[in-house]
Design a protein around this ligand. Structure first.
Ligand SMILES: *[C@@H]1O[C@H](CO)[C@@H](O)[C@H](O)[C@H]1NC(C)=O
Ligand SMILES: *[C@@H]1O[C@H](CO)[C@@H](O)[C@H](O)[C@H]1NC(C)=O
Ligand SMILES: *[C@@H]1O[C@H](CO)[C@@H](O)[C@H](O)[C@H]1NC(C)=O
Ligand SMILES: *[C@@H]1O[C@H](CO)[C@@H](O)[C@H](O)[C@H]1NC(C)=O
Length: 309
């Protein structure tokens, strides 16, 4: 009796499920379960669990993960085998400010208390956007807080903090910005410029997974399903508003208001490399390490799955 061979035999006849991880709280992730339910027809089932790109390094049974590009760069620095293979969503982040704090232009944020989530795409967005008016991080005070998906928002959330004057402005992914803008009414001032920053919410895997032909063909089938999903999200949003709102605990009206901030993307443009090289300079400085080489970031961007659809 050689138990290890018995187990190996079982594994080769029962194909393991395609395992995917993402934070299940955000609008951006909703195409992932929709694709599984409506379109995925790989050789096995697909499962979605809570997690992110950092889990790919910790759990070798995980095949795919979705996260903003910021978390992708953080993971790449400790595991050069991580690959970005698809872009689920580009999100034009916004800053909402309170007019009552004397803010009407972006430059007025000098000396103010600005809410964001340190170490995330939102913190990079604030840094990059404010640098366009020559404000550096020493020109304002960053205040951490939580997001809110639906009113009424709790005590430690940005929409409540801005209403109570704990912060003068904040910038993060939706719908917290929208909820604050609605609550502030005429006192709300919104700033955005997608050509300066938009979140690149992406799908990641590893070179190990891509080198396994069975796993790779399931990844291709899943990305195909995601691509069909993005078509629905882009062209028939009326059919998914209630699904998305329910998945992340939002009101449909709030979701409709922030829908235009989300571009259900697919493949990336030539400008992504430069964008990531710039962002990596910030991520590296935050983590007190040297920036990765441009060639490493280029290798991180792997269009092979997309090209084989
Ligand atoms: C998945 O379904 C599509 C159409 O429904 C079909 O063309 C394709 O061959 C299927 N793929 C697999 C792996 O079954
Ligand atoms: C920022 O600083 C640069 C260089 O000092 C200057 O040319 C530019 O006009 C400034 N921009 C703003 C918005 O203040
Ligand atoms: C957005 O930023 C770009 C690049 O800096 C600039 O050319 C453009 O004028 C800005 N758009 C708005 C609406 O401010
Ligand atoms: C992905 O979806 C887009 C938009 O629906 C479609 O134009 C494109 O042909 C799809 N790509 C592949 C490779 O299926």
């Amino acid at each position: 009796m050689r138990p290890s061979l018995v187990i190996a035999g079982l594994l080769s006849t029962n194909v393991a499920a395609l395992k995917i991880a993402a934070s299940l709280q955000w609008i951006e992730h909703t195409p992932l379960p929709y694709a599984i339910t409506n379109f995925y027809n790989g050789s096995s089932t697909a499962t979605l669990e809570s997690g992110g790109v950092q889990n790919i390094q910790l759990d070798s049974t995980l095949d795919l993960a979705a996260n903003a590009e910021t978390q992708g760069l953080l993971s790449l620095a400790s595991d050069p085998n991580i690959r970005l293979i698809y872009v689920v969503c580009d999100v034009a982040y916004r800053i909402v400010a309170n007019k009552a704090s004397g803010i009407s232009t972006l430059s007025d944020l000098k000396g103010k208390k600005i809410g964001t989530i340190p170490g995330t795409s939102a913190a990079y967005f604030i840094d990059k956007f404010l640098s366009t008016v020559n404000l550096t991080s020493s020109d304002y005070r960053v205040v951490a807080g939580n997001v809110c998906m639906k009113a009424p928002c709790g005590a430690g959330t940005f929409p409540t903090m801005i209403q109570n004057g704990v912060i003068d402005a904040f910038g993060v992914w939706e719908p917290a910005v929208e909820l604050a803008a609605e609550a502030l009414g005429d006192n709300a001032v919104l700033f955005e410029n997608a050509s300066i920053y938009q979140e690149v919410y992406s799908l990641y895997t590893t070179t190990t997974k891509l080198a396994d032909p069975d796993t790779k063909s399931d990844i291709v089938a899943y990305v195909q399903a995601l691509n069909q999903t993005l078509d629905v999200f882009t062209n028939q949003p009326d059919t998914v508003y209630s699904y998305v709102a329910q998945s992340v605990g939002m009101d449909v009206d709030t979701l409709k208001a922030v829908w235009p901030q989300h571009k259900w993307a697919g493949i990336w443009g030539d400008d992504l490399l430069d964008f990531l090289v710039q962002e990596e300079a910030w991520v590296a400085a935050q983590n007190r390490r040297q920036p990765m080489a441009t060639t490493d970031i280029q290798a991180f961007l792997d269009p092979s799955i997309w090209e084989s659809l």
